[in-house]
Design a protein around this ligand. Structure first.
Ligand SMILES: O=C(O)c1ccccc1NCC(=O)[C@H](O)[C@H](O)COP(=O)(O)O
Length: 210
């Protein structure tokens, strides 16, 4: 099975071109001001247009209110909304039903009980994205969690793996977890928020070789 690749936190057309040319299947655009990867809506819309027909555009929001959520979706017209805060299953389902968008929910995995709680989202979202627990920010932390928790988990719905993935460890992550989608941000950067085109290429090559 081909592993899907999400390169998250794209903020420039150069990084977008590098990710698309390297074969990313999903591009993440972060709309969350505290993040070093935050992007204004007009820029997100312009980058989103570059991805059209080549990769799915994933718009990330964190605990955004209804007005912000609607405004961001209207401006960017993403293929997928990724909720990366404390959004409830009911909120995710509402957005999915009303806006007819693919909805993902990211969850920070601390231990087996926190993973078990992800069942609340079964049937309410299209995919769960298992990430490292929040630090100063809820995502883009550059840290991994204990992948063995996933191998023991009874997955009931599509899911992906995020958190500290790099060109050097992604093959092992795929081997250990059997994930069908990997997501990286810090692991393909030279500094927080600055994407490194060579690392993007290396990451995608490592996934295909896994
Ligand atoms: O990337 C961010 O700055 C960010 C900030 C707030 C919420 C989510 C954020 N990123 C979400 C992602 O999907 C990242 O790719 C994921 O958390 C993995 O990040 P990393 O560990 O840096 O590879």
């Amino acid at each position: 099975m081909t592993t899907q690749i999400k390169i998250c936190g794209i903020t420039t057309s150069e990084a977008m071109s590098a990710a698309l040319d390297a074969g990313a299947t999903h591009i993440g655009l972060v709309y969350f001001e505290p993040s070093p990867r935050h992007i204004a809506l007009p820029d997100a819309s312009r980058l989103r247009a570059m991805a059209r027909g080549r990769a799915k555009a994933v718009l990330l929001l964190v605990n955004a209110d209804i007005e912000t959520t609607s405004r961001a979706i209207e401006a960017v017209k993403p293929d997928v909304i990724q909720f990366h805060g404390n959004e409830t299953p009911e909120w995710c389902a509402l957005v999915s039903d009303q806006l007819k968008l693919e909805v993902w929910k990211a969850l920070g995995v601390k231990d087996a009980p926190t993973l078990a709680k992800s069942a609340r989202y079964d049937g309410k979202v299209d995919r769960l994205l298992f990430d490292a627990p929040a630090k100063a920010l809820p995502g883009g932390t550059g840290t991994s969690f204990d992948w063995s928790l996933l191998t023991e988990f009874d997955h009931q719905m599509p899911w992906g793996l995020a958190g500290g993935l790099t060109p050097d460890n992604v093959a092992e992550a795929i081997r250990q977890t059997g994930t069908g989608l990997v997501d990286t941000s810090s692991g393909v950067e030279s500094a927080p928020g600055v994407k490194d085109e060579a690392k993007i290429r290396a990451f995608c090559e490592a996934v295909r070789a896994a």
